[in-house]
Write a protein that binds this ligand. Structure first.
Ligand code: GTP
Ligand code: ZN
Length: 210
């Protein structure tokens, strides 16, 4: 195993042991990346690039490890009966994902709120859910909806609010080349569909919106 398996529970999931870095997969991916290096005009045999295919293979497996993890399972592992009925907001959660169109990064912040309905969730599980869906090939809109749906279906709260704001490198370093544009997406359920509740949430996170 050579330490190549992600088997440190804290490192990725906190719970689920995943077999993502298996040597056969790394070898196979590395061969493809070696070929890609040749085709873009590089020499994969030069010293600086000798280990690059393997490094890229491992990086890509890490950047997409969300496919291996079950967000609902992680969220439901830490539900606590509690009569707190006000809005809970976890804001400024770092997001790192890759757009499914160009496989280039998009990154920024997620702000998540819910109103409990008899149960609260362990706070760390909310950023874990964000990561599980972000560490895949994504579009920002689907990422937003998947986080909302996971929390709504698992926790069954009175409502869920999700706002994500990201910069897309496919719009900065290529293509339209807009360096400062930020994309904001949002998704709501239940109580957050009401203007007053949504306004309270947006107000609580507003100092962080660009
Ligand atoms: N809606 C949405 N679009 C995205 C996201 N990430 C990247 N895109 C867009 O996906 C689109 C793909 O459009 P295409 O015309 O097929 O690709 P392209 O020729 O590379 O487009 P340009 O980026 O405009 O050069 C682009 O407009 C990207 O900006 C995302 O998270 N959500
Ligand atoms: Zn893109």
């Amino acid at each position: 195993m050579n330490g190549q398996y992600i088997d440190d529970e804290d490192e990725i999931s906190g719970y689920q042991k995943i077999d993502r870095y298996n040597p056969e997969l790394i070898t196979s991916l590395s061969e493809h990346y070696k070929e890609i290096l040749k085709q873009i005009g590089e020499n994969p045999e030069r010293e600086g690039l000798l280990k690059t295919p393997e490094r890229v293979a491992k990086a890509m497996l890490y950047l997409t490890h969300g496919y291996e993890l079950d967000a609902k399972k992680i969220l439901s592992s830490a539900l606590f009966k509690e009569e707190y009925s006000q809005m809970v907001v976890v804001k400024d959660i770092e997001v790192y994902s890759m757009c499914e169109h160009h496989m280039l990064p998009f990154f920024g912040k997620a702000h998540i709120a819910y109103i409990p309905n008899g149960h609260v969730v362990g706070l760390s599980k909310i950023p874990r859910v964000v990561d599980i869906y972000a560490r895949r090939l994504q579009v920002q809109e689907r990422l937003t909806n998947e986080i909302r749906d996971c929390i709504q279906e698992t926790l069954q709260p009175i409502g869920v609010g999700v706002v994500i704001e990201c910069r897309h490198l496919c719009m900065c370093m290529r293509g339209v080349q807009k360096q400062n544009s930020v994309t904001t997406t949002s998704a709501f359920t239940g109580g957050f569909l009401q203007e007053k509740t949504r306004a309270e949430f947006l107000n609580l996170i507003s100092n962080k919106l660009s």
